[in-house]
Design a protein around this ligand. Structure first.
Ligand code: MN
Length: 243
C-alpha cells in the first residue's frame, strides 16, 4: 500500500505543530518547526506535567519514559545522523519515508531511533485526561468498526497480541481506518519496512517501559487505562488532516 508523499508531508506538519504548545499553529510556525529539524533533533516539549495523567499513567513512569527513554532515542538519532556524510533529510518524516536510502550500515540505528523519536513525540500529544470523541470521530469509527466499543475491543486485542515490544496503531489507509501493530520502533510511515503504510491517528506504546512500574506484567490494565487518557481532541485533529 502506498501513501502519497503529500500525505506524509501533511502528517509531518501535524506532528511538528504538536510541539508548538498553546500557540495558534500558523503555517509559518509549522514551517519553522520543520526547518529546525535540519539541525539536531530535539525532545519536543511534553506540554503537561509528569503527574498530569495520574492515576492512569503514573508520574515516575512519565518522567523516566520522557526524560530518559525518549531523550535516548533523540541522542542516538543525532549520533547516527552525524556519521552519515550524505545526510540530506530535512524533516523526521523525510527520514522515515526514505529509510531505505540510508546507508546500510547505519540503517538499523536510524530506523530504531528516528522511529522512537517520531512515535514518542506523537504518543505524548495523544495523551490528555477528560476528553471525549467528537461526532466526526464517532462517525468515522462507527463506519469502520461498527461502534466505539467494538473499536476499543479490536484495538485492545491488537495491543495485547504484540509479542515483545512494539506499538498498536489506528491509521488511515486509502480513506479507511485500520488497526495495525508494528514491532520495536517501526511505524506506518516507513516505506518498504512497514507492512501497512498510512497516516497515524492513534498510537499506543506497549513496550514494558511504558507501563511496568505501575502495571508490571498486566498489560491489559495499562491498555484499559489508556482509554481514560486518550486525547480525543488530537485524534480529531489527525483525522481531519488525513484522507
Ligand atoms: Mn516508549
Amino acid at each position: 500500500m502506498k501513501v502519497s508523499r503529500k500525505t506524509f508531508v501533511k502528517s509531518a506538519a501535524i506532528l511538528a505543530g504538536a510541539t508548538l504548545l498553546n500557540t495558534q499553529k500558523t503555517e509559518a510556525q509549522i514551517t519553522a518547526a520543520l526547518v529546525s529539524l535540519e539541525n539536531d533533533f530535539a525532545l519536543p516539549p511534553l506540554g503537561y506535567s509528569y503527574d498530569a495523567l495520574e492515576p492512569f499513567i503514573d508520574r515516575q513512569t512519565m518522567e523516566i519514559h520522557y526524560s530518559k527513554h525518549h531523550q535516548a532515542y533523540v541522542n542516538k538519532l543525532n549520533e547516527a545522523k552525524a556519521k552519515i556524510t550524505s545526510w540530506n533529510y530535512k524533516t523526521l518524516n523525510d527520514v522515515l519515508v526514505n529509510i531505505n536510502s540510508i546507508p546500510k550500515d547505519m540503517q538499523g540505528a536510524i530506523r530504531n531511533n528516528a522511529g522512537g523519536h517520531y512515535n514518542h513525540s506523537l504518543f505524548w500529544s495523544l495523551l490528555k485526561t477528560n476528553t471525549t470523541p467528537s461526532e466526526n470521530v464517532l462517525k468515522a469509527i462507527n463506519e469502520n468498526f461498527e461502534s466505539l466499543d467494538n473499536f476499543k475491543l479490536l484495538f485492545t486485542k491488537a495491543a495485547m497480541g504484540i509479542f515483545g515490544s512494539g506499538w498498536a496503531w489506528l491509521i488511515k489507509q486509502d480513506g479507511k481506518l485500520k488497526i495495525i501493530t508494528t514491532p520495536n520502533q517501526d511505524n506506518p510511515l516507513m516505506t518498504e519496512i512497514a507492512k501497512d503504510l498510512g497516516t497515524p491517528i492513534i498510537a499506543l506504546d506497549v513496550w514494558e517501559h511504558a507501563y511496568y512500574l505501575k502495571y508490571q506484567n498486566k498489560r491489559a490494565d495499562y491498555v484499559t487505562a489508556f482509554w481514560s487518557v486518550l486525547n480525543w481532541e488530537k485524534v480529531e485533529d489527525l483525522l481531519a488532516n488525513s484522507r
